[in-house]
Design a protein around this ligand. Structure first.
Ligand SMILES: *[C@@H]1O[C@H](CO)[C@@H](O)[C@H](O)[C@H]1NC(C)=O
Length: 188
């Protein structure tokens, strides 16, 4: 009996070990594909800056151009136009590298969710005069948002890629926000 069982036990153990290795390697593969872990692919340019959305005070850089529908908890229907400063560091007085010109429209009934359409207009260094055009969904109450890069001009002609936005600071009294951006583009 024992000599008959031994091969079966060996097959079962092999199968178990194989499954374990297979599951482990599949998991590792999925992890490298998840957005937060995604490696910068070869030939992609990474651009990092801070975006300042100033809605309060005497010199706002974002203004409401259509009001939300009355009673909406998610500001549905509101549209803001912006010419927001982009700086090297989180401090708004750090070196300006460009502007985010465009609009964000509250298009979601269920939560605060914007359809954001903007040109990232670079005004400094190697990218001075070049533009990256972003169109995507921005849900500002989420820690991380991803938007699409749909094109560009100058250094960014034929650009494709994505922008990752993370709120750095949000003043709940004024509504002013600083958002960290990591933009990954390729023009190949
Ligand atoms: C960016 O380009 C404009 C137009 O060519 C030029 O006037 C300006 O000085 C440049 N800015 C920097 C910081 O290089």
């Amino acid at each position: 009996m024992a000599s008959k069982l031994a091969p079966n036990a060996f097959i079962m153990l092999s199968f178990f070990l194989f499954s374990l290795i297979y599951v482990t390697s599949t998991k590792a593969q999925l992890e490298t594909l998840s957005p937060d872990n995604r490696k910068v692919e070869a030939g992609m340019t990474h651009i990092h800056f801070f975006f300042h959305d100033i809605v309060s005070g005497k010199n706002p850089t974002a203004v409401t151009i259509t009001q939300p529908t009355s009673g909406s908890m998610t500001s549905f229907g509101m549209m803001n136009m912006m010419d927001d400063k982009l700086t090297e560091g989180p401090d708004p007085s750090s070196k300006e590298v460009g502007r985010a010109q465009g609009l964000y429209a509250a298009t979601c009934l269920g939560e605060i969710g914007f359809m954001q359409a903007m040109n990232l207009v670079f005004t400094d260094g190697a990218y001075n005069g070049s533009v990256i055009t972003v169109l995507g969904r921005n849900t500002p109450m989420h820690a991380t948002r991803e938007m699409s890069v749909v094109g560009g001009t100058g250094q960014f002609r034929l650009a494709r890629g994505y922008a990752i936005a993370k709120t750095h600071t949000l003043d709940f009294t004024t509504g002013d926000a600083t958002v960290e951006y990591d933009v990954y583009v390729t023009t190949h």
